[in-house]
Design a binder for this molecule. Structure first.
Ligand code: SOE
Length: 386
């Protein structure tokens, strides 16, 4: 059986999600090429050793260059903070390693383009971590659109709402620093919505946005794990240099109209990643907090029973579902990462690019950039011009 030896940089939130995917994949997708958890990398020797042991990696290092230089590593998985993506990806491509990189692909559009160019020149496989595409209910929405069952698409409206930094004394973690994260809610949450829009509806022609940073200064943190951080509200404060919320409107190439809202200040919303699509023959609604479900409405249902109904996307008719449990036995967040890695392994085996790849990462970054420019200029910005 073919296998792919993985070296992974980063071991916190996404590092755990990816490790879990590599570890579980073969139990449910035995026919896929098998990822082997060779090496994990992190700057803190003690932390990475502990993660290696806990997640099941064969070895650990503190310098990613060592990992990239090793002949027995086939794939570099980058889930370190965004400012590290480019340097590691360029080195990995140069060394001929396949790359799986978390979103957003880079801090800036030029950086993302440079990463794509390097990957294409090296002839490696490249993937970007837009995991929500891999929820079977989202894939069902895609199928309904592709088969014309929603008719002509008029509206795509999406919102990704969180509230984990709503406390003004929540510390100034790396996700709130532009030089490390690139942007705030825009690149962290909006990037997912943009990718879903590209996947489901297609390209955008032009955008116009608005954004704000509600809390301008925060106490410096002591530690961060996942999305929680420890610190004292009396600690010295530093400036928040990213957006807390970004909203924008878009006109799609196929004529549909889009609206997008990404915020970390929606009290009560822990991770509400939702979209609704309205077409001439029907509508669909998705909410990540109920990720097994797609609400569907068809205009040609008999008038006396018209209304949204809930489809549980856990039947063999739904993507990836046959590999899991019997119908009705639901799956969770972590399964979206497993599906991602299945796609990556299949792409390596079939010698094709996985989807979504760096081309999709760049397309997303173009929209992020265009929205930023529109906010600066207070006017519509065409995607083709960025
Ligand atoms: C934090 O806002 C976060 O974990 C994002 O970084 C992820 O990409 C998103 O899927 C969930 O929220």
């Amino acid at each position: 059986m073919k296998q792919v030896n993985v070296g992974m940089v980063g071991y916190k939130f996404m590092g755990k999600a990816h490790s879990h995917a590599y570890r579980d994949l073969h139990m449910f997708f035995p026919q896929a090429v098998r990822p082997v958890m060779k090496l994990i990398c992190g700057r803190d020797a003690e932390g990475v050793a502990q993660a290696a042991e806990q997640f099941g990696w064969e070895g650990h290092v503190t310098d990613w260059r060592e990992m990239v230089a090793r002949d027995d590593i086939d794939l570099i998985d980058i889930n370190a903070p965004s400012d590290a993506h480019k340097e590691i990806a360029l080195a990995a491509a140069k060394a001929g390693k396949h790359i799986f990189c978390e979103k957003p692909l880079a801090l800036t559009l030029p950086d993302a383009r440079e990463m794509l160019q390097a990957a294409e020149q090296a002839g490696i496989k490249h993937m970007v971590g837009f995991n929500y595409r891999f929820a079977p209910a989202v894939m069902l929405a895609k199928k309904l659109i592709e088969e014309g069952r929603l008719g002509q698409i008029y509206h795509f409206r999406a919102w990704f709402l969180q509230d984990w930094i709503i406390d003004p004394d929540f510390p100034l973690v790396w996700r709130l620093q532009k030089e490390i994260a690139g942007s705030g809610s825009h690149g962290d949450l909006g990037a997912h919505l943009i990718d879903l829009a590209h996947y489901l509806i297609g390209g955008m022609d032009e955008v116009i946005g608005m954004s704000d940073t509600f809390i301008k200064e925060r106490p410096l943190p002591t530690t961060m794990t996942g999305l929680s951080a420890k610190g004292s509200k009396d600690a010295p404060r530093g400036p928040v240099t990213v957006d807390d919320a970004t909203l924008f409107l878009a006109r799609f190439q196929n004529g549909a109209l889009g609206s997008f809202e990404a915020t970390r200040f929606a009290a009560g919303h822990r991770c509400t990643n939702s979209f609704e699509i309205n077409g001439s023959k029907g509508s669909v609604k998705f909410d990540f907090e109920r990720l097994n479900e797609l609400q569907v409405y068809f205009t040609d249902d008999a008038g006396d029973v018209q209304g949204f109904r809930r489809v549980l996307a856990t039947d063999p008719a739904h993507a990836y579902s046959e590999a899991w449990w019997p119908p009705g036995h639901t799956i969770g967040y972590e399964h979206t990462f497993i599906h991602e890695v299945v796609e990556l392994m299949q792409a390596v085996e079939q010698n094709r690019q996985p989807v979504p790849n760096f081309v999709d990462g760049v397309r997303c970054q173009e929209v992020l950039e265009a929205v930023d420019r529109s906010i600066e200029q207070r006017s519509w910005v065409r995607i083709a011009g960025v």
